[in-house]
Design a protein around this ligand. Structure first.
Ligand SMILES: O=C1O[C@H](COP(=O)(O)O)[C@@H](O)[C@H](O)[C@H]1O
Length: 262
C-alpha cells in the first residue's frame, strides 16, 4: 500500500498559485535532469487560468520556467476548430501561450488535427500516433509517461473527458479515446485513457470554488467517490497525485489537507 494523495489547501486562488508554481517547477527541473525536455499534459476548464497565474504572475520555486524545453499536450480536447470558444487549445493559448514573456522561449505545442473534426475515432488514433512519435514506439513503451499531468475535476467527478460510469473507464489498451456523447457539451471529444491519465510521473489536480465541495467530499471521504474518474486516479497514482484546492472547495471534507504554502 503506497501513501495517499497529497491535498494542499489555500485561502484563495491567489494564495494557491505560488505553490502550484513550485510544484510545476519541481516537476520541470526533475524532467530536465532526466531527459532535457519537459512533457506536460494540460486540461481545459478552469485550469489554464490558474496555471497562467502560477507561471506568469508568481516568482516562487527553484530556478526559472524554461518554456523552450516544454512540450505541451492536451489531456482532453473537444472536436471543434482551434479558434472555437469550446476549444481547450484556444483556452490554453489565450490564457498562457499568448502571454509568455518575449524572452521566455516558446514551448512545442501539440493540438488535435482539425482534419478529423467529423471523425473522433480518427482524431483519437491520430493523437495517439502523435504520442507514439514523441514518447517512443508503442511496442517499446506500454504507456506514455508524462512528466506532469495537470488535471481538472468537474462537479460530477469527471477528469479529462472521462465521465462517471462511462465504459471508457474500462479501456486498458488505447492511449487516446474518442467520445461522441459527452454528457457535458460539446458531445464530441477525445481524451487520454485512464491508464495514461494515471501514469504521469506527477499528477496535479486543481479544483477551486464552493461548486466543487460536494464532489470533493465524495472523492476524499467516501468509498463510492473512489470509483469516480478523479477517485480512480487517486487510487492508481496515490502519492504521485497532488491536489491544489481553495478552502471553499474542501469545506466539510474530513480527509486531512495541508494548509498553506508548499
Ligand atoms: O470539460 C472539461 O471539464 C474539465 C473540468 O473543468 P472545470 O472547469 O470544472 O475545471 C476539464 O478538466 C476538461 O479539460 C474539460 O474538457
Amino acid at each position: 500500500m503506497g501513501k495517499p494523495p497529497n491535498l494542499y489547501a489555500f485561502q484563495s486562488t491567489d494564495e494557491l498559485a505560488p505553490s502550484l508554481r513550485t510544484f510545476v517547477l519541481d516537476a520541470q527541473n526533475s524532467a530536465l535532469e532526466r531527459h532535457n525536455v519537459f512533457r506536460v499534459g494540460v486540461s481545459g476548464g478552469s485550469l489554464p487560468k490558474v496555471l497562467a497565474k502560477a507561471l506568469l504572475e508568481s516568482s516562487t520555486g527553484e530556478g526559472k520556467v524554461q518554456f523552450d524545453k516544454w512540450e505541451i499536450f492536451f489531456a482532453d480536447e473537444r472536436a471543434v476548430p482551434l479558434d472555437h470558444e469550446d476549444s481547450n487549445y484556444k483556452l490554453v493559448k489565450e490564457e498562457l501561450l499568448d502571454r509568455l514573456p518575449a524572452d521566455s522561449g516558446k514551448p512545442a505545442v501539440y493540438p488535435i488535427d482539425v482534419k478529423y473534426l467529423d471523425d473522433v475515432q480518427e482524431m483519437a488514433d491520430q493523437y495517439e500516433q502523435t504520442l507514439v512519435s514523441v514518447f517512443a514506439a508503442r511496442d517499446s513503451v506500454k504507456l506514455p509517461m508524462f512528466d506532469l499531468l495537470l488535471l481538472g475535476c468537474g462537479p460530477d467527478g469527471h477528469t479529462c473527458s472521462l465521465f462517471p460510469g462511462s465504459p471508457l473507464l474500462r479501456e486498458t489498451d488505447a492511449w487516446v479515446l474518442p467520445i461522441s456523447d459527452s454528457p457535458k457539451p460539446p458531445p464530441k471529444r477525445i481524451t487520454l485513457s485512464l491508464p495514461v491519465a494515471s501514469h504521469g510521473i506527477k499528477i496535479g489536480f486543481v479544483a477551486t470554488g464552493g461548486g466543487k465541495k460536494d464532489i470533493m467530499k465524495q472523492i476524499f471521504d467516501t468509498e463510492e467517490g473512489q470509483q469516480l474518474p478523479c477517485g480512480l486516479i487517486n487510487t492508481f497514482a496515490q502519492e504521485r497525485v497532488s491536489w491544489f484546492v481553495d478552502y471553499p472547495a474542501i469545506e466539510g471534507v474530513s480527509f486531512p489537507a495541508r494548509r498553506g504554502s508548499l
